[in-house]
Design a protein around this ligand. Structure first.
Ligand code: 6R9
Length: 570
């Protein structure tokens, strides 16, 4: 039996057979079953204080928000976005939106104005919930370019002109709301993700995804009522929604939300004081904890911890075993993507771990290793022995159902009944999958998926920059570090001050998380004859690796005509 069938037996469905809705499964059904007093979410504020929301509180507040959306004229299918840090209003918005059958899109609060503008426009966002400061810096200046954005709700202070206040909206709304009939295929979530080319992709998920959220939380994280679960991912990324918002509540557990950032001592204190029993985190954080040394974990009582798991980047065998030594639990590596919506491949608790391997596909997931062939427009796949691209048989419940406004890109992600992941993997003789690398140019830095094109287009907005190519270079802590290669406009000389100015520009527009750390000037960038910058070649040269197939490379200018190189690091 697949893990999906198991989950369906545990889910309730809306009363009177009115379908399946994520918010009902995560919140309301627990209240109906008499567990309203149970702690749903515990917020750990920066100042050390704690804010608790019971399932009943969350049920009522999200119903108020659903009524508030109704009063604003929001219809099923309309998109409601958040641009918030990890505060209670984000979680209330999330479930209120799903109750109203609107579509939730959580934007990463550390994004700069450019990624925010692009995503609000592409997502055709109608309602944005944010803070006064975020609004003033990132949205108000471009509001005229966002014709779909009809309402902005400000959670703090006096709402500026053209916006509404959270308090007013909530206090005017009833806390009773009956979720309208919801089909499993009704849109529920949009997650932005990145590719090598084009604008960011808006991956659309439907209410049926909750089957996979529940199934994987039980099968891989062993979550249940009574567990204290801490998913360290920010809700601005897919892990922070599937496992930071939905999964723990569907399972009736308590979710811990840390409103502050990473700090080793604080993190150990949270694990110990909150008696976290299931922990889902990421390799960058694990590497930083390893760096902070083994005395800190020894000073904290971590005996409540039952399961530790990791996602987002390759987890090396050493980190898996460090968990066992220092925390008393080894890390279980899990693999999935924005498009898969939930864990697909994992080292499962209660089974022997294979340190360094991503794991094995869950029951109900058919994973294949394939080679792609481009037949004109169409893609054909062929099974491969050994290493190749990871492909998944289409049809699992949390499979993305489209890229908003990009039908051709969606279709191109499938071939022969399989979804093509863009990841290169190796399957060993026992059916375990090992990560090899990406098939495309996207970059994973501190667990965040970054499209080089988005960074390059911001670099090109700098008045001195003529061309830009961005690659990820191996970094011992964050996995990959962004490095930019640029050519300058005629007559402009590159020096360290200009380099710093370009980096500062990128940081301002993109936000610190996705801006390059280093920029170098080049007289020319390697390009194909059709004019595309060959990032693969930039990277190979930087790392002293074989340059591969150069048959499409355009003739490069003679070295003697090149101006001197300059470099700047932030
Ligand atoms: C959930 C998430 C997806 C990409 C994916 C792959 C990388 C995720 C991994 C892993 C090695 C693992 N990735 N898990 N690489 N080992 N266990 O991270 O979604 O942001 O869409 O990134 O992350 O390259 O294709 P997303």
């Amino acid at each position: 039996m697949s893990v999906w069938d198991d989950a369906r037996l545990r889910l309730d469905g809306l009363p009177d057979g009115r379908g399946l809705n994520i918010a009902h499964e995560a919140v309301d059904r627990h209240v109906i079953r008499g567990h309203g007093d149970r702690l749903a979410l515990r917020f750990l504020r920066r100042d050390g204080s704690v804010g608790d929301l019971s399932y009943r509180d969350l049920g009522r507040d999200s119903s108020r928000f659903a009524n508030g959306l109704d009063a604003l004229g929001i219809c099923p299918g309309d998109v409601v976005a958040t641009l918030l840090e990890r505060v209670p209003e984000l979680y209330v918005t999330a479930f209120g939106t799903l109750k109203a059958r609107a579509v939730l899109c959580t934007l990463y609060a550390a994004f700069g104005p450019e990624p925010v503008r692009v995503r609000l426009a592409k997502g055709r966002v109608k309602v944005l919930v944010t803070t006064a400061a975020q609004y003033a810096r990132k949205v108000e200046p471009v509001r005229r370019e966002l014709p779909d954005l009809t309402s902005v709700i400000i959670i703090d202070g006096d709402p500026p002109p053209g916006t509404a206040g959270w308090q007013q909206l909530m206090s005017a709304a009833s806390d009773r709301w009956s979720i309208p009939a919801t089909s499993e295929d009704d849109p529920a979530l949009i997650h932005f993700t990145s590719g090598t080319t084009g604008t960011p992709k808006a991956a659309l998920h439907v209410h049926q995804a909750v089957v996979a959220h529940e199934a994987t939380a039980v099968a891989v994280l062993a979550l249940g009522p009574g567990d204290v679960f801490w998913c360290t991912a920010d809700p601005g990324w897919v892990t922070g929604v599937s496992y930071g918002i939905v999964a723990p509540l569907v399972c009736g557990a308590t979710g811990i939300v840390d409103e502050a950032g990473f700090e080793p001592e604080r993190w150990y204190r949270i694990l110990a004081e909150q008696r976290v029993s299931v922990w889902y985190t990421a390799p960058t954080a694990i590497r930083m904890l390893i760096k902070a040394g083994d005395t800190l974990p020894r000073r904290h009582d971590l005996r409540a911890l039952r399961v530790a798991a990791s996602v987002g980047e390759p987890l090396d065998a050493g980190a898996v075993l460090w968990g066992r030594e220092a925390l008393g639990q080894p890390f279980h590596d899990t693999w999935w993507q924005t498009e898969t919506g939930a864990i697909m491949i994992a080292n499962r608790p209660g089974e022997p771990i294979r340190p360094g391997a991503m794991g094995r596909p869950l029951a109900g997931v058919e994973a294949a290793v394939v080679t792609r062939h481009q037949d004109g427009e169409a893609v054909r796949i062929e099974p491969t022995e050994g290493s190749g691209e990871l492909a998944l048989r289409a049809g699992w419940p949390s499979m993305f159902r489209g890229y908003l406004g990009d039908d051709a890109r969606y279709r191109a992600a499938f071939a022969g009944g399989f979804y093509l992941t863009g990841d290169l993997v190796r399957r060993d003789g026992d059916g375990w999958f090992w990560f090899v690398g990406r098939a495309d140019d996207v970059i994973k830095s501190a667990g965040r998926l970054i499209g080089p094109i988005e960074v390059e287009s911001v670099l090109l907005q700098h008045p001195a920059v003529a061309e830009a190519g961005v690659i990820g270079l191996p970094d011992p802590t964050v996995g990959e570090m962004l490095k930019a290669f640029v050519t300058l406009k005629d007559g402009i000389a590159g020096d360290a001050a200009l380099g710093r100015d370009i980096l500062a520009h990128a940081r301002r527009r993109l936000g610190p998380a996705t801006a390059p750390r280093e920029v170098v000037f080049r007289p020319a960038l390697p390009k194909t004859r059709s004019g595309k910058i060959m990032r693969r070649l930039l990277k190979a040269r930087e790392l002293g690796l074989p340059e591969g197939d150069l048959s499409t490379l355009e003739d490069e200018p003679a070295a003697s005509s090149a101006p001197p190189e300059a470099k700047a690091s932030s």
